[in-house]
Design a binder for this molecule. Structure first.
Ligand SMILES: C[S@@+](CC[C@H](N)C(=O)[O-])C[C@H]1O[C@@H](n2cnc3c(N)ncnc32)[C@H](O)[C@@H]1O
Length: 279
């Protein structure tokens, strides 16, 4: 695509500041140039050839489509099935079994924030399906959110490349995917069983929108946040978690975890538990 515009560094910084203030997304200064071309392509897509017009549309006209395109351009969506899979063993063999309630079906809510194109949320589902008799003891509801609308669409389609599924145990791949040409289509009935929503973790009133959870997975998003946003995210997870709820982080996300809100667990592998009250 031939770009309609060549952004200056000053304009790039202005957009980065706007995004940070309005969505919480923080583009590190050194990384901004990496997104320049993708952002310039949005000018072409919307037939805008002037920075001030683009900025005005964002700031004063509140052009939602433009803002969403900008968000989609700067998010890092990399993910794959069975990533950091030791945590799925901890979930199905250690944590869920101790949550069983005798003589009744326990309702459990799991949040995957962010879910990107679905590989993580479906890996969690598959690990639960693969664990003996868990489904007889629980009624499990799984919700995935991501700020990138393109990723939510991809997750709803459930069509994956060989590279994306290559770490998945073969028996799960054969059982729950259909090969279509060079792609792997995830089972549509299972896709229909999860709730996928485009949502910013920093959105006001998020609890009202999605409720509270027993378990939250938040892996490989916090690493892209600055200190202030990371703290905001931990406080949000604290509110979104029920008492004693568990927080699963990616190995690179742990730095800066607020120890007043979460405590370590014997499971290690970045699995934390909500503290009852702030000290
Ligand atoms: C690298 S992916 C991680 C996906 C998956 N959790 C994993 O570990 O494989 C990071 C995702 O975070 C999403 N994201 C970034 N900021 C967000 C926010 N404020 N609210 C919700 N999702 C966000 C991005 O759109 C992107 O899809």
């Amino acid at each position: 695509m031939d770009s309609k515009i060549e952004l200056s560094l000053h304009e790039l910084h202005k957009l980065a500041d706007f995004l940070h203030k309005n969505t919480g997304i923080f583009m590190e200064e050194q990384k901004r140039l990496r997104f320049k071309r993708k952002i310039e392509d949005i000018f072409t897509k919307h037939d805008i050839d002037n920075f001030n017009h683009f900025y005005h549309q964002l700031r004063f006209v509140h052009n939602e489509e433009l803002l969403q395109d900008l968000i989609n351009a700067v998010t890092v969506n990399e993910t794959y099935f069975w990533r950091e899979h030791e945590q799925f063993r901890i979930l199905t063999k250690e944590i869920l079994p101790q949550m069983v309630t005798p003589h009744s079906l326990r309702h459990i809510r799991i949040l995957v924030a962010p879910c990107s194109s679905g590989e993580e949320i479906y890996s969690i589902m598959l690990s639960i399906l693969d664990a003996e008799d868990l489904l007889e003891k629980f009624n499990i509801e799984i919700v995935g959110i991501d700020i990138d609308s393109n990723m939510i669409q991809k997750a709803k389609k459930g069509l994956y490349t060989q590279r994306s599924v290559e770490k998945l145990p073969l028996h799960l791949l054969h059982r729950y995917f259909k090969k279509i040409g060079e792609f792997y289509q995830f089972d549509q009935e299972l896709i229909n069983m999860v709730q996928l929503k485009k949502l910013n973790i920093f959105e006001d009133g998020i609890v009202k929108k999605i409720g509270t959870f027993d378990i939250i997975f938040s892996r490989n998003m916090l690493i892209y946040f600055n200190k202030e946003n990371k703290q905001h995210a931990f406080e949000t997870f604290y509110i979104l978690l029920k008492n004693n709820g568990y927080l699963f982080l990616g190995h690179a996300d742990v730095n800066g975890l607020d120890k007043r809100l979460f405590q370590t667990t014997p499971y290690r592998f970045q699995v934390f538990q909500k503290k009852f009250a702030i000290a």
